[in-house]
Design a protein around this ligand. Structure first.
Ligand code: EPZ
Length: 418
């Protein structure tokens, strides 16, 4: 397994081009199941998770091919309805094929995703929502078995605004008979991007991006071409890098309006940030101030930015309280950061981060996608050298991260581990 080796302590300066959003591309690729035909996606990030969902589609009978950041997916021959444990266990987001398979083939057999490092991550709200649309759901041998002769519209209320739950129901309801209303829907930009694509395909989805989404079912949908929106979490990671290393980084390829809570908190922490409709510039260099954050569903501070922000707070000038309200076990990075000299105490879902002068390089281990990004940031800020192992976690969600940081002046390389 490869490692990433970083010699820290250099300010990062320059421009970075943000890739397409993993969490927009995954549901949009799943949505191709809804109809037979040839789809073309631009600005698709070259990531392990994208490879996984395309392999899943190929298992179902679709054809997929990539050239650069363009993906061509032909679902004409898609006629199988089973998503295997082997693929689903690699990526929980595979559960996104459940709704589209039910809508297109009237049946689906999808492995239960199982837990992951950051939490149990059940899919009960997905299943309850599909039952409200008339699906018959049973669980057997670790698989969800779902059938629906004809999905019909219904009223669905989510206890928690689940992102992929909202996406699964939106896709299934697009071809259901009648009207579906999703209340307490997730509001992420990736939800809006999926709704825009579905409407381009001929669906009738209203008010995506608000807490109440209305879907008027239609009889059929058409294949389309679509462009993936920029990845706000990748962007937030580079923004933290600028503040953390005292450099100046210009980010292109992401919509700044998707990053309001992150911009707000980085400014509070002392970073200078300017943005127009298409570019964000972040400059560090001054004192880093301790600020509190609480992760919340969009438009609150994103849980996917919690670990990265914690690194900034670990070298801030006071005490910061970081509360994780979305996942029950998303502080795994803390023990690795402590090994680099961070002073962090955990109490329940709160982490008390007391700023220290400098972090120091150490051998550390990545445990999940965003935790591994936080270790890269810590290595960039730390004195001496940091070796990060198990970086396959990183490759799931960050395209060419070591190349992008090297282009900004970091001394960082990917080496085969001995
Ligand atoms: C999506 O996961 C993202 N993944 C996650 O990004 C992100 O952290 C998360 O939303 C929250 O923003 C994709 O979009 C592919 P949820 P998702 O359903 O949809 C509980 C990354 O790093 N819940 O919004 O799985 C759940 O356990 C990944 O890119 C239920 O209890 O998250 C969690 O506590 C990590 N029952 C909360 O709701 C359900 O049926 C929010 O989960 C569904 C969810």
């Amino acid at each position: 397994m490869d490692q990433i080796v970083i010699k820290g302590g250099r300010p990062l300066n320059g421009e970075v081009s943000i890739s397409g959003a993993k969490n927009a591309a995954l549901p949009m690729i799943a949505a191709t199941i809804l109809t037979g035909g040839a789809f073309v996606f631009q600005n698709v990030p070259n990531l392990k998770d994208i490879d996984t969902i395309c392999r899943l589609l190929a298992d179902l009978g679709a054809k997929t091919e990539f050239s650069g950041s363009t993906a061509r997916i032909d679902t004409t021959g898609l006629d199988r309805h089973e998503a295997s444990y082997d693929l689903v266990r690699k990526m929980r987001a595979s559960v996104l094929v459940l709704g589209p398979l039910l809508a297109r083939l009237k049946r689906a057999r999808v492995s239960l995703p199982g837990g992951c490092a950051i939490g149990a991550r059940p899919i009960n709200m997905h299943l309850e929502g599909l039952e409200k649309l008339g699906a018959k759901i049973s669980l057997a041998h670790g698989y969800v078995e779902a059938r629906a002769e004809r999905l019909r519209g219904g009223e669905i209320f989510f206890d928690i605004p689940t992102v992929t739950g909202t996406e699964n129901i939106m896709m299934a309801a697009a071809l259901a008979e009648g009207t579906t209303v999703i209340r307490n829907a997730a509001r992420e930009p990736e939800i809006i991007a999926l709704a825009d694509m579905l409407n381009q395909m001929g669906a009738d989805i209203r008010d995506a991006g608000t807490t109440v989404i209305t879907i008027h079912g239609v009889k059929s949908l058409q294949p389309v071409s679509a462009r993936i929106i920029g990845d706000r979490i990748e962007a937030g990671t580079y923004m933290v890098a600028a503040a953390l290393t005292g450099g100046k980084i210009r980010l292109a390829g992401v919509d700044p309006s998707h990053l309001k809570p992150v911009i707000h908190k980085l400014r509070e922490a002392g970073a200078a940030i300017e943005s127009n409709d298409t570019v964000i510039t972040v400059e560090g260099g001054g004192a880093i101030r301790s600020v509190d954050i609480k992760t919340l569903p969009y438009p609150g501070f994103p849980t996917d930015m919690q670990a990265q922000f914690m690194v900034l707070m670990s070298v801030a000038g006071g005490l910061s309280v970081i509360s994780e309200s979305i996942f029950e076990n998303r502080f795994i990075h803390v023990s690795e950061l402590r090994r680099m000299g961070a002073d962090i105490t955990i109490s329940g879902n709160h982490a008390m981060v007391k700023g220290v002068k400098r972090l120091s390089g150490a051998p550390v281990m990545a445990t999940d996608l965003r935790a591994s990004a936080s270790l890269v940031l810590a290595g960039l800020a730390a004195e001496n050298t940091t070796h990060i192992s198990r970086i396959y976690h990183l490759d799931r969600g960050y395209e060419a991260i070591e190349k992008k940081f090297a282009a900004l002046g970091a001394v960082i390389e990917r080496v085969p581990s001995v």
